[in-house]
Write a protein that binds this ligand. Structure first.
Ligand SMILES: Nc1ncnc2c1ncn2[C@@H]1O[C@H](COP(=O)(O)OP(=O)(O)O)[C@@H](O)[C@H]1O
Ligand SMILES: [Mg+2]
Length: 275
């Protein structure tokens, strides 16, 4: 008997510049060659979760849109009742953007990030700052601010926002991993079009940069996307480590890269099922 997957996606989520449903139609058409699979909207997981061998959390859209259900789901997973893909032991985006503070303090190569005004000295002295909600995704709630505006834009009590220096980057680049294996990299040569992506050939140094974050996160299994920007000094800085539901731009890859990705994913899912 083939194992059963509850494939979680919001087919109709309108993401800027991306069609979630096209990617997931492709991916499910491939996964069903090896598994028995049913699609499920992210808000309906609880109804079906006990009936499947593995819950595959894919393009669910920002979980802030169904925060209570997401937290309840995380709690049920943590209680050991459910097996998920990705594994939910990650420390990055699946828990919000808080990890950027930890990585800043540990002197990882990330965009310097703080969550209290008292820490402002940890950021370079710049003209423009960016304020973003810790539970944000898809650029929701992103705001520019001058130094004197920061106090108003941050909630000192709830500490639910982050402040970063604004980076006038050259371009953004994303590195895609399954488990700890690098799969492919894509970059956005046109800064105004974050989701018009081209294949990027990473150097050894680029790969070491990305792998540091994958090692730090130490997921049991899953797909992760390391989003970075190249600053004016030529250095890579982490923008975000997507360890919950990274969009993969699968349909923009070459046939061969896409085929290899599907193969690696099937293997990784088998590993998760056997764990
Ligand atoms: N500190 C920053 N400086 C310059 N641009 C930024 C900065 N932070 C975010 N951005 C821009 O906003 C986009 C979304 O920010 P990100 O932190 O990835 O949040 P989200 O979770 O909403 O994707 C990035 O891809 C980048 O283009
Ligand atoms: Mg992002």
């Amino acid at each position: 008997m083939q194992k059963t997957l509850l494939f979680v996606t919001d087919l109709y989520y309108e993401a800027k510049g991306r069609n979630y449903y096209e990617e997931d139609l492709f991916l499910t058409s491939k996964l069903r060659e090896d598994f028995q699979l049913v699609l499920c909207h992210p808000e309906d997981i609880e109804t079906f979760e006990k009936d499947f061998d593995l819950i595959v959390f894919r393009n669910a859209g920002p979980v802030a849109n169904f925060k209570d259900k997401y937290l309840a789901f995380r709690n049920r997973v943590a209680a050991g009742y459910l097996k998920t893909y990705n594994s939910f032991v990650g420390k990055a985006d699946m828990k919000g953007k808080e990890y950027l503070i930890e990585l800043t303090n540990a002197q990882f190569p990330v965009i310097p990030t703080i969550d209290t005004l008292e820490s402002l000295h940890k950021l370079p002295n710049v003209e423009t700052y960016i304020v973003k909600p810790k539970d944000g995704a898809d650029s929701i709630g992103l705001e520019f601010a001058k130094k004197e505006e920061l106090g108003d834009k941050m909630d000192a009590e709830s500490k639910n926002t982050l402040v970063q220096s604004f980076i006038n980057f050259e371009y953004e680049v994303s590195f895609y991993f399954i488990d700890k294996e690098f799969q492919y990299a894509l970059y956005a040569p046109d800064k105004e079009k974050r989701w018009e992506l081209k294949e990027y050939a990473p150097t050894e140094a680029d790969l070491s940069f990305a792998e540091r974050f994958i090692e730090w996160n130490n997921l049991d299994w899953g797909i992760q996307r390391v989003d970075a920007c190249r600053n004016e000094q030529g250095e890579l800085l982490l923008v975000e480590l997507e360890d919950l539901n990274p969009y993969l731009s699968l349909l923009e890859l070459t046939e061969e890269t896409r085929r290899n990705f599907v193969k690696a994913l099937k293997k990784s899912i088998q590993k998760a099922l056997q764990a």
